[in-house]
Design a protein around this ligand. Sequence first.
Ligand SMILES: NC(=O)c1ccc[n+]([C@@H]2O[C@H](COP(=O)([O-])OP(=O)(O)OC[C@H]3O[C@@H](n4cnc5c(N)ncnc54)[C@H](O)[C@@H]3O)[C@@H](O)[C@H]2O)c1
Length: 339
Amino acid sequence: MAKILVTGGAGYIGSHTVLALLNKGHQVVVVDNLFNASYESLVRVQKLANKSLTFAEVDIRDKAALSQVFAQESVDAVIHFAGLKAVGESVQKPLAYYQNNVEGTLTLVEVMKQHQCYHLVFSSSATVYGEANQPPYIETQPLGNPTSPYGKTKAMVEQILMDVAASDQRFKITNLRYFNPIGADISGDIGEDPNGIPNNLMPFVAQVAVGKREKLAIFGDDYPTKDGTCLRDYIHVSDLAQGHVDALNWLFNQQEGCCEAFNLGTGDPLSVLDIVRGFEQYSEQKIAFEIAPRRSGDLPAFWADSDKARSQLQWTPVKTLQDMMVDTWRWQSKNPNGY
Ligand SMILES: NC(=O)c1ccc[n+]([C@@H]2O[C@H](COP(=O)([O-])OP(=O)(O)OC[C@H]3O[C@@H](n4cnc5c(N)ncnc54)[C@H](O)[C@@H]3O)[C@@H](O)[C@H]2O)c1
């Protein structure tokens, strides 16, 4: 078993991945500045796993503090979630996004090198395919030109990591391109807890169901899709978390230096209305919604070709639409105000 340092491990995907790592018997060191998370998520993760972890409240851009964590812990690999993720906000605050996501990663990789830690799993995103590539997105397509600063930071970091791996054969890196993570751990004790108005569909739907928001706005119902609403590839967060465990195993088995991209999606697109109807069916809650104008920058449809992750990482997403809806509702109804 290995010691894994997880940046951003108190956040939504991070906390589910930390749980999966502890359940597999790994030791975990979480580094998080708690900018968009609560330490309570990690209290609950430790309770669920019945194991403890090490936590450092550190900003990954603080090189000295980060280096101290690496000096204290003998880390075998890093899973790097820490960053800002709101597409719309990134248009308003590009510098904050480049600083956190690009500069933060540069600092992290420098410190890893200093401490001879060469295994890295990076949280990338389907947004790196940009607008020109046609779905289903496949890793052999070229990196696109994402429209938002957020998307650009992900594409830039992927390029930086490719250069790092090419320059130093000791580095073994995976760029995991997430599609649309939703759902929560089956316990309902950890889940997505956005600050303020949710940017993503699923937490918005869940907050309407629990009475925190009046109604959902569906942005556009005149897209060229089966019901006119946008199609996305929704992936249960616990399947996504397992993808990180599988990616680590794959990295540890590589003989040569590498930097490989993998799509983590189901390959099964669902529309916004599929999600709303599915949630109503499985939670038995009514979701009030209205059709609003299209949102600029939204693509009509994209989903993953996930064959590469399935065959090389031996990753198999197992959760159903019902699991995604039931688990979301269990989390939201048990924790109407989040953590
Ligand atoms: N959720 C999605 O839909 C989605 C899709 C694709 C990619 N991603 C990427 O996955 C990663 C995790 O996403 P998430 O949904 O769990 O987000 P999140 O905001 O819940 O988690 C990110 C965590 O990083 C921490 N953090 C941010 N900046 C930091 C810094 N400078 N130093 C230390 N900690 C810092 C935050 O406090 C938070 O705990 C992000 O990199 C995100 O861009 C997310």
